[in-house]
Design a protein around this ligand. Structure first.
Ligand code: BGC
Length: 510
């Protein structure tokens, strides 16, 4: 056990969701200059790495996870030069910076896709996954595709197929996530070369690494074989209608991790790749530590998120079992990467009914475990989900697929179907606008009622916890030794000073 090795082995990550972090120009939307102005908070807290969710050019249908130019910045977030300043200002404070690379798909408005969809023989025709349909539609209904999709693949959301009809080409294109996010064809050498160059482009600008969006799904079966049917139509543990054998974590995807690693290693400074990947611990481990077909060891991603904590059960037994499993599958020199909340999943504090005492226990656990902990902006002040009815959602998933669900049901669900609820503005102080934006400006999503403490917030129990009455915002908690934020700060400093907490072994686990 030692505290040495590349920086990423000893780091803590703070995730910033740019749209909601800090609005510098009073348009109600967070931006890069806002992040730059707020960097002191991140470094003063003791976080060491900043992960910034996408801010590249995008029609913002999925708020940046639908990129239309990977080499430029969306105007509402700033300019290319702001991105450069963000990197240099973070570095000036000793912070590392990771950008969020969405390699699986682009926006349907990306010029590549606009060209690709226009005909079957344009120069970008094969940049996306296009295929003829199968015969099978009995009747040609107006507005409906005349053929059936090429196979039974389903989108991540299961509620829809993974294929969309392209009228101009009279073919289907694959969209693993949402219809406006067509999947790139990584089997095309031109696509692969271009995407690797995009990674090099930002590494050249000085970013220290990437968080890789839905990395486990990038390569798909070359022959487009249908996925095997599940013996049971619907299993609650993983609600997949089919076993995603040919679409998720396929062998070629592990090779891709190795190829990307080679690109990262062209640069000095230990650039890091952190995968958003889903699967069993054994499968996830193959992304970081594996042998190729010939039995040679080939390095892949440096880190992969272990997402089980996102759905934790507040019980010592549960955590013991979960951590024990990861300790076994990710022994030193592998590192677990734990995360309690992010921009897609429920806030930690809400999972425990807003109870700050439990949020403190969870913070202590997260920041004293071996590995790389990740904290989502607002988690440090105990922000809870802000209930926003599905029918008012900005989140494209909620709008498209869940707006029919009655509020009485959706309100009670632990898993939040409307991701807006976790994306409300960062709470800096208790002014109108929460210090995120000017008091007279309406932010793109409402400020959470917990900004004012538990007054009027049905999500938070009226406890004797005095710090809560001060509000779940930075100004209220700053300097208050009893606050959650100061606990985070202390834990981060203790972690930094004690290598045993970052990389020490654990024993007596079941
Ligand atoms: C991101 C989501 C995004 C999706 C599609 C993810 O898992 O975290 O926010 O909507 O990928 O890019």
């Amino acid at each position: 056990m030692s505290g040495s090795g590349p920086w990423w082995r000893n780091t803590t990550i703070y995730q910033v969701y740019p749209r909601s972090f800090s609005d510098s120009n009073g348009d109600g939307i967070g931006d890069l200059p806002g992040i730059i102005e707020s960097l002191d908070h991140v470094s003063d807290m003791g976080f060491e790495t900043l992960w910034v969710s996408p801010f590249f050019s995008s029609p913002q249908e999925d708020f940046g996870y639908d990129v239309s130019d990977f080499r430029d910045v969306a105007p509402e977030y700033g300019t290319f030069s702001d991105a450069q300043t963000l990197i240099s200002e973070a570095h000036r404070r000793g912070l590392k910076v990771m950008f969020d690379m969405v390699f699986n798909h682009t926006s349907a408005e990306h010029p590549w896709f606009v060209e690709s969809r226009s005909s079957r023989d344009n120069p970008k025709a094969d940049w996306y996954i296009w295929h003829d349909g199968r015969p099978g539609r009995l009747r040609r209904l107006p507005g409906r595709a005349p053929t059936a999709p090429p196979n039974n693949w389903r989108s991540v959301l299961q509620v829809r197929k993974a294929w969309e009809w392209g009228r101009e080409r009279q073919q289907w294109y694959m969209a693993t996530f949402l219809p406006f996010q067509p999947d790139l064809n990584w089997r095309n050498p031109e696509v692969r070369a271009e995407m690797m160059d995009i990674a090099r482009f930002w590494l050249d600008q000085g970013v220290d690494g990437f968080r890789l969006d839905i990395f486990h799904m990038i390569m798909k079966d070359e022959r487009l074989r249908s996925n095997p049917r599940r013996p049971k139509l619907f299993e609650l543990d993983t609600p997949h209608l089919n076993t995603p054998e040919h679409t998720v974590n396929i062998d070629d995807n592990f090779e891709l991790a190795g190829d990307l690693r080679e690109v990262a290693e062209e640069f000095d400074g230990d650039r890091v790749l952190l995968g958003e990947v889903f699967g069993s611990p054994q499968v996830l481990r193959r992304y970081v530590n594996r042998a190729d077909a010939a039995g040679r060891r080939r390095p892949g991603l440096h880190l992969v998120f272990l997402f089980d904590f996102l759905a934790y059960k507040y019980s010592a037994k549960w955590f013991e079992r979960c951590i024990g499993r990861y300790e076994k599958e990710f022994p030193d020199p592998l590192l677990p990467t734990y995360v309690l909340e992010n921009h897609d999943r429920s806030r930690t504090a809400s999972r425990v009914g807003g109870d700050l005492r439990k949020a403190r226990v969870l913070a202590t656990l997260l920041l004293t475990l071996r590995g790389v902990p990740t904290v989502y902006n607002g988690q440090e002040v105990g922000m809870t989900n802000t209930y926003i009815p599905l029918r008012q959602a900005m989140d494209p998933i909620a709008r498209r697929y869940f707006s029919w669900i009655p509020e009485t049901i959706s309100k009670r669900m632990t898993e939040r179907l409307n991701r807006d609820e976790m994306r409300t503005p960062m709470q800096w102080d208790n002014t109108a606008g929460a210090g995120f934006t000017d008091p007279d400006v309406e932010p793109w999503l409402p400020v959470g009622p917990d900004n004012e403490g538990n007054r009027g917030n049905e999500d938070i129990p009226d406890t004797e916890d005095s710090q809560d009455r001060g509000g779940r915002n930075v100004a209220a908690q700053q300097g208050d030794p009893a606050s959650l934020m100061e606990l985070y700060r202390n834990l981060l400093s203790i972690r930094k000073a004690n290598p045993a907490l970052r990389c020490g072994s654990l024993s007596h686990l079941g």
